[in-house]
Design a protein around this ligand. Structure first.
Ligand code: C5P
Length: 216
């Protein structure tokens, strides 16, 4: 059982994916955390993230390991817990550029497919290109959307007021444009994905819809 959950930021992918995985007894993989982790490593090691050749050159170096327990998702880079540092605004601002580098994507996709293959009962994998590229044969594909206003309000709530809603919305729009516009595996809905607009739904309602689509 492989459930692919794609969509832009702030649509509720992580909360939904974790809850669905817990409900169904499946593993969980946050692929965005992996792109954030390699971005964090690049920044920490002084790599110019806007220099695609420099990023490509270093892409094979960090060892990125994701925990797949939906109750306690974890990620380490070279054995160091990176769960906190990957959520900084500095990483968020740089992650689209690093993710657009084909060598980075090749490496991440390899890790992601290995994780899915190792999951004992199956896995819920969230990201931007899971249904189209990483696991095109996924059992169920979901594409979550929400209005730009709702997404910005949710993200701003997560940031606990550290950034205004307007600034958060501008940053989200920029990141979506970069993620949708890149040449390799852009953010896109797979033809056979079911689209769920979460703007007017509670988390529980979204989880119910996804679980129903998976078929308990
Ligand atoms: O999901 P999250 O917002 O943490 O993802 C961070 C970034 O990682 C995205 O903006 C995108 O640039 C990249 N990403 C990606 N492909 C994925 C998951 C995330 O390019 N499958």
């Amino acid at each position: 059982m492989i459930v692919a959950i794609d969509g832009p930021s702030g649509t509720g992918k992580s909360s939904t994916s974790r809850a669905v995985a817990s409900r169904l007894g499946l593993s969980y993989l946050d692929t965005g955390a992996q792109y954030r982790a390699i971005t964090w490593w690049m920044l920490a090691n002084g790599v110019d993230v806007d220099d695609a050749a420099a990023v490509a050159d270093q892409a094979g170096k960090p060892a990125i390991v994701s925990g797949t327990d939906p109750a306690a998702p974890a990620i380490t880079v070279d054995g160091v817990d990176a769960s906190g540092p990957i959520r900084t605004q500095e990483v968020t601002a740089a992650v689209s550029a690093v993710s657009a580098v084909p060598e980075v994507r090749t490496r991440m996709v390899e890790i992601q497919r290995a994780c899915a293959a190792a999951a004992p009962a199956g896995i819920v994998v969230e990201g931007r290109d899971i249904g189209t590229t990483v696991l095109p044969d996924a059992t169920v594909k979901i594409y979550l959307t929400a209005s730009a206003e709702v997404r910005a309000a949710r993200r701003s709530g997560e940031l606990k007021g550290a950034q205004s809603v307007a600034d958060t919305q501008a940053a989200l729009v920029r990141r979506d444009a970069a993620d949708s516009g890149r040449k390799t595996s852009p953010l896109a809905k797979a033809d056979d994905a079911v689209e769920v607009d979460t703007s007017e739904l509670t988390l529980d309602q979204v989880v119910e819809q996804v679980v129903a689509l998976v078929g308990e």
